[in-house]
Write a protein that binds this ligand. Structure first.
Ligand code: AVJ
Ligand code: FE
Length: 445
């Protein structure tokens, strides 16, 4: 298994690793943008999303800015389009009206940029300069394209019309999973100094002490979530925060996004096909407010970000934090439901090989998991290489999500990876698990 971010032995291995990751990622971008016609590529499918053809050229423009111009020191390919594809200069709702490159021109632009990148990859010296050390800028660009691929996958999910994406169903469960797992009190290492392609917000590594807590051994399922709905959870302000209740009323939330009543049950529309809601699958397409209300109804709370990370990385045998719940090896198809290999979350118990030593399952893949933590820098944070990736989003407006979804690529998730969004958002592949403080009798060593 070739790794994504495990440090390769020498520059030639690093070069071929990068070339393989760039190619694998571009194949996914091509799949997502060739599955629909010109009209579907240029239309806006939701005011929350860009036209697919904007994501497409934006991916090429970031590759040009960081690799061709900055790392390579080469002449610009298309300086004239920089502003069009600058996410901060163009609000999403305005993007369909921009004079965007038509699909064929966007594809040609990406090819031109990629040719130059492969040429400079052959010659680049991986010096100590932070942007190029361990191939960081190339890794950042791979992750950026994969993140937009997940965004485009979310656009496909919002798109009306018949199905155009196809994938086999996820694996069936092979083990029973406990309800919750007790994590003993103590320190652990959060974040990283050593993962070469970790982004700025994952750094630096620092010690965090947590009191004992219990965390759900699996994400909350549709079956449990249906009980919350059936018990009148959406109509009882007791479970909701004030902001959550206001939003629930204004947006008239009654169930997860993409659900509709189906006889006495529910159906869920995924990528153009209606399917019965399956009780043992993690619930997906809920916002932070819904997750928080469910947790209160269940007599629990959402985990903090640190609780999620300790459950995912802390190895009780050695006291060290690992890259993934199962250890330091890169994810395979056995470990986690990632990379659009399947088009929805796998039932609980389908990935025993991906469990943590404490027996916490499906932390990586399936659904992004809401935490209770606002998005901020770790202590000692420094923006690198640009403030607009993370730092401008720090503050109380966003909540952190962890773990990655079925639509997240393995290059863009790990035990330290941090995602964030507004607490009202649910067009992303978002679910959650619950946690609670340990009871005094549980905390005794
Ligand atoms: C980390 C997923 C919140 O898509 O807004 C893409 C990633 N940043 N281009 C986003 C990102 C710049 C970002 N998220
Ligand atoms: Fe971007």
């Amino acid at each position: 298994m070739t790794g994504t971010t495990t440090r390769p032995a020498g520059p030639e291995q690093l070069r071929s690793r990068i070339a393989a990751e760039l190619e694998r990622t571009r194949a996914r971008t091509a799949l997502l943008t060739e599955a629909v016609d010109e009209d579907d590529l240029t239309r806006q499918h939701s005011p929350l999303m860009s036209p697919l053809v904007w994501d497409l050229a934006h991916v090429g423009n970031q590759e040009e800015l960081w690799l061709v111009r900055d790392v390579g020191g080469r002449e610009p390919v298309r300086r004239d389009i920089d502003d069009l594809y600058d996410a901060f200069k163009q609000p999403r709702r305005d993007r369909p009206a921009l004079p965007l490159l038509p699909p064929q021109e966007a594809r040609a632009y990406l090819l031109t940029v990629r040719d130059k990148v492969l040429d400079l990859l052959d010659r680049v010296a991986f010096t100590e300069r932070p942007l190029v050390a361990d191939g960081f800028a190339f890794g950042m660009i791979v992750q950026h394209e994969q993140q937009h691929d997940e965004t485009m996958l979310a656009t496909h999910q919002l798109r009306a019309g018949p199905a155009v994406l196809h994938a086999p169903p996820p694996p069936e469960p092979t083990v029973r999973v406990d309800a919750e797992v007790l994590v003993p009190a103590g320190e652990f290492t959060m974040g990283t100094d050593t993962d070469p392609w970790a982004l700025d917000n994952e750094r630096p590594a620092h010690r965090v002490h947590l009191p004992a807590y219990a965390i759900d051994a699996a994400p909350v399922t549709n079956g449990r979530y249906r009980e919350f709905i059936a018990d009148g959870g959406y109509d009882d302000p007791r479970w909701w925060s004030p902001a959550g209740w206001r939003h629930r009323r204004e947006a008239e939330l009654v169930a997860p996004m993409h659900w509709r009543r189906d006889g006495d049950g529910w159906a869920y529309r995924r990528f153009g096909r209606w399917a019965p809601v399956r009780d043992d699958e993690p619930v997906v397409h809920v916002c932070h407010h819904e997750a928080r209300a469910y947790a209160a109804w269940a007599g629990k709370r959402l985990p903090t970000e640190a609780e999620w990370e300790k459950a995912a990385r802390w190895d009780p045998a050695t006291g060290r934090s690992r890259r993934y719940p199962w250890g330091d090896d890169d994810p395979t198809a056995e470990h986690a439901n990632l990379g659009q290999r399947h088009l929805w979350p796998a039932p609980v118990g389908a990935y025993p090989a991906g469990a943590s030593p404490l027996g916490v399952h499906q932390l990586i893949g399936d659904v992004w998991e809401w935490t209770s933590t606002p998005f901020r820098g770790h202590p000692g944070f420094t923006a690198f290489p640009y403030r607009e990736y993370s730092e401008v989003f720090f503050g109380d407006d966003h909540r952190v999500l962890r773990g990655g979804s079925f639509g997240t690529d393995r290059a863009a998730c790990r035990g330290t990876f941090r995602n964030w969004d507004f607490p009202i958002r649910r067009q992303i592949f978002s679910g959650f698990r619950c946690a609670r403080d340990a009871r005094p009798e549980e905390s005794q060593p």
